[in-house]
Structures are given as structure tokens and as C-alpha cells.
Design a protein around this ligand. Structure first.
Ligand SMILES: [Fe+2]
Ligand SMILES: [Fe+2]
Length: 185
């Protein structure tokens, strides 16, 4: 007898994404601080490049998960329009801020930049990070409980399937969704 496949859990997937996003913000803040302190080099520049790429790709896909799979289902319930409009508008603000950070970073041309350029980037990234964390916290505190409370098991399962379909077949959530053992969140 084989093991029973664990269903992919859309709430656990969203939560795991939020924790990963916070981790990436911390990595970037550490790298920027090291550059600010003059105790960093190419490794920290590479870390910042990786985090910006993560924000452009994985975090953007997370926004699709929310805006295309979660928000429309909650929008069908009363009382959520204010929250959903606010979260969507914050997503657009993040996109603008990420594009600005990328422009600043591109001017470094993958080299350790002069201290003035580091200080401009450091201040913009700190602002972005605070804004992004506040957004995650609001979703953890208001969106996730609303999903738990309002959505049916079928709706949550449909959200999971849609989230998995946005990911490459090799991703861990796709493996879970196809019935292999979950390794970790
Ligand atoms: Fe969001
Ligand atoms: Fe989110």
C-alpha cells in the first residue's frame, strides 16, 4: 500500500512564500549594510543581484497567485473590497519600487559601487523593505485568516492547483501537488 498523497495547501504555500520573501529581504539588507560599512565586495553585490531577481520573478508570481487566484474568490464575499483594493495598490507600488531599485543597481554594472551610490540604494531598499514587510504582515493578519474563514475546501484546493500550475514541474510544490511526499514548507 502506498502512502496517501498530501494535498498541496494553498494557505501553507502563501505562508511559505511570505517567510521566504522576509528571508530574502534580510539577506539583501545584510549585504547592503556590509557595503555601507565598507566591509563587503563582490559577494554582497551578487547577493543583491539575486534578491532583485527573486523579487522580479518569484515575488511577481506570488502577486499573480494573490491577484488571480485568491482575491477574486474573496471579492465574491462582502466586506473585503477595501482590503483587496489596498493590497492591490500596494502591489503596484512595490513594482515601481523594485523597478527603481533595479535601475539603481544596474548602474553599478556588477561592481562594488562608490559609497554615495551605496547610500542611495541603502536608503531606497530600507524604505522598500519596510513597506513590503508591512504588506506581508497585513496579509498574514487579515488576508490569510479571511481565506481560512471564508473559503470552502474546494476553493482552497482550486487555488492550490492554480498556484502549482504557475510553477515549473520541478518545483517542490508541483511535486507535492502531483502526490509526492512533502519535504518541508
Ligand atoms: Fe500581496
Ligand atoms: Fe503576499
Amino acid at each position: 500500500m502506498g502512502f496517501k498523497a498530501l494535498p498541496a495547501d494553498s494557505i501553507a504555500m502563501l505562508d511559505a512564500s511570505h517567510r521566504r520573501q522576509e528571508q530574502r529581504l534580510d539577506e539583501c539588507l545584510d549585504a547592503v549594510q556590509a557595503l555601507t560599512d565598507g566591509r563587503a565586495g563582490q559577494d554582497q553585490v551578487a547577493t543583491i543581484a539575486r534578491v532583485l531577481e527573486f523579487l522580479r520573478k518569484q515575488a511577481a508570481r506570488h502577486v499573480e497567485d494573490e491577484e488571480e487566484s485568491v482575491f477574486p474568490r474573496l471579492a465574491a464575499r462582502p466586506d473585503f473590497s477595501e482590503l483587496l483594493v489596498a493590497l492591490e495598490s500596494e502591489h503596484r507600488e512595490h513594482e515601481t519600487m523594485i523597478a527603481e531599485l533595479e535601475d539603481l543597481f544596474e548602474a553599478w554594472a556588477d561592481a562594488v559601487p562608490p559609497s554615495r551610490a551605496v547610500s542611495v540604494f541603502a536608503s531606497r531598499f530600507a524604505e522598500f523593505s519596510a513597506h513590503y514587510r508591512a504588506h506581508i504582515a497585513r496579509e498574514d493578519d487579515e488576508l490569510v485568516p479571511a481565506m481560512r474563514r471564508e473559503l470552502t475546501a474546494n476553493e482552497l484546493a482550486d487555488i492550490s492547483s492554480e498556484m502549482i500550475s504557475r510553477r515549473p514541474k520541478s518545483s517542490r510544490w508541483s511535486r507535492v501537488g502531483r502526490g509526492r511526499k512533502r519535504r518541508s514548507l
